[in-house]
Design a protein around this ligand. Structure first.
Ligand code: PGA
Length: 257
């Protein structure tokens, strides 16, 4: 069985006080749900606080971005090794907001992915189509191109060992629109098949998360799909109760509660 994952992408939200409260609440809620990988993605400036509060708990943490270089004259940037110093285990790469607002191309995303692996961080590669691309029936082409940017690197499919994918249709992010479980499953299956054409073993173990307006009200149907292994949750992850409720929506967790 693949690892179920519940990940919260806090984006540019929070204060010292709100972060403390949220972390404490998530930490205590997560204790009762052990067979799920819990991850929170705090803003850089709250990573030390995050590490301090989550140390010794079953909630892991990571960063929302990294610079592909190891060090140097890159004003305002943060490297993978710096993230490691703050106990980060994971890092998000290729989020659609980075692609759209900060011009990150597939080539830049691939560099970040490699940098994450080289520093021992587990990257979560985000991919997804815009509404226009979906309406033009380009969804498959777009997500495969984004995935192939990693699969066709010299290191190839082995880069996806200890990595995760997150399918996040751009039209569903922060909009309240969610892909139907069937729409999401179709893309997740396509992604897994593509990885399997390089390595069945890696494809079988690869967690593929869904992201885009995941809430307690729609998580059960999404997580019931065979190729949806969890959620990358934005807005709803800022509310501890809602976030914990989403984690309770995995079929195996529901059975045990
Ligand atoms: P959302 O964001 O849950 O607020 O739609 C998801 C994401 O961007 O990772």
């Amino acid at each position: 069985m693949r690892q179920s994952v519940i990940a919260g992408n806090w984006k540019m939200h929070g204060t010292r006080a709100s972060v403390s409260k949220l972390l404490e609440e998530i930490k205590s809620g997560a204790r009762a749900i052990a067979n799920v990988e819990w991850i929170v993605f705090s803003p850089f400036v709250f990573l030390e606080q995050t590490a301090h509060i989550l140390q010794g708990s079953n909630v892991h943490w990571g960063a929302q971005n990294l610079n592909p270089e190891a060090s140097g004259a890159f004003t305002g940037e943060i490297s993978g090794s710096m993230l490691q110093e703050f106990g980060c285990e994971y890092v998000i790469v290729g989020h659609s907001e980075r692609r759209q607002l900060y011009g990150e191309t597939d080539a830049i995303v691939a560099k970040k992915f490699i940098a994450a692996k080289q520093t021992g961080l587990k990257p979560i590669l985000c991919l997804g189509e815009t509404l226009k691309q979906r309406e033009s029936l380009l969804t498959h082409d777009v997500v495969l191109q984004q995935l192939n940017a990693i699969l066709t690197l010299p290191e190839g499919v082995s880069l996806l060992k200890d990595a995760l994918l997150a399918y996040e249709p751009v039209w569903a992010i922060g909009t309240g629109l969610t892909a139907t479980p069937e729409q999401a499953q179709e893309v997740h299956h396509l992604l897994r098949q593509q990885v399997a054409s390089f390595s069945k073993e890696i494809a079988e173990k690869l967690p593929i998360l869904y992201g885009g307006s995941v809430k307690a009200g729609n998580a059960s149907q999404l997580f019931a799909m065979p190729d949806i292994d969890g959620g990358l949750v934005g807005g709803a992850s800022l509310d501890a109760k809602e976030f914990i409720e989403i984690a309770r929506s995995f079929p195996h967790v529901k059975r045990e509660l």
